[in-house]
Design a binder for this molecule. Sequence first.
Ligand code: ADP
Ligand code: 5GP
Length: 199
Amino acid sequence: MSERGKLLVISGPSGAGKSTVVAKAIEGRTDICFSTSVTTRSPRPGEVHGREYFFVNFERFREMVENDELLEHAEYVANRYGTPRSYVEKRLDEGMNVLLDIEVQGARQVRKKMPEAILIFIAPPSLVELERRLRGRGTDTERAIEGRLIRARQEYQEADFYDYLIVNDDVDKAAAKLNAIIEAEHCRFGDWANWLKSN
Ligand code: ADP
Ligand code: 5GP
């Protein structure tokens, strides 16, 4: 059966461990690809244009919004982030599962445009632990860390439309939960009803 891929939306506060858990979960899997977002934020040390993000200026970002090139977009702690639409559509049509790592406003837009998307929220065990991880990562200024902690509290209040919550206390366990969700979603009866009738 040629099945259209699943759109997997991962959100959660910056520093919750989304990138770490996703990297672990998709290790060795060839059926999942990651959609690289566009952002106006500056690259962190070690980040590569086209790998972590496409880094663009505000002017180019505005142009992409005007041309309807983005599936969703949002502002996050004084920068703009968005998902290029054409890549996502193409990979889903090819049967690939496509994973987005986006914040809550963007996830809400995806839910409206593509109700079949699977929305997963990854949270740290506590906000104290979140702060520890953000500082431990050593990539953000004090001001950025404070902004991210404020935003985390806001996101918790708005996240009630997600399908799944994974608490990332342990990377291996959280990655196993993410893979279990993906497997379960591929067993949805609705996706297989025609196959069953034709057997
Ligand atoms: P995000 O992608 O959500 O912003 P990262 O994956 O960059 O978060 O993780 C933030 C920091 O927390 C990193 O230094 C990472 O190594 C660490 N981390 C991730 N998951 C865990 C965990 N379960 N326990 C302890 N530290 C973790
Ligand atoms: P960071 O600056 O830490 O890489 O990302 C900050 C936040 O922006 C994270 O919550 C991340 O999920 C979110 N983000 C990254 N790419 C996108 C995107 O394309 N769209 C939206 N809406 N949020 C994004």
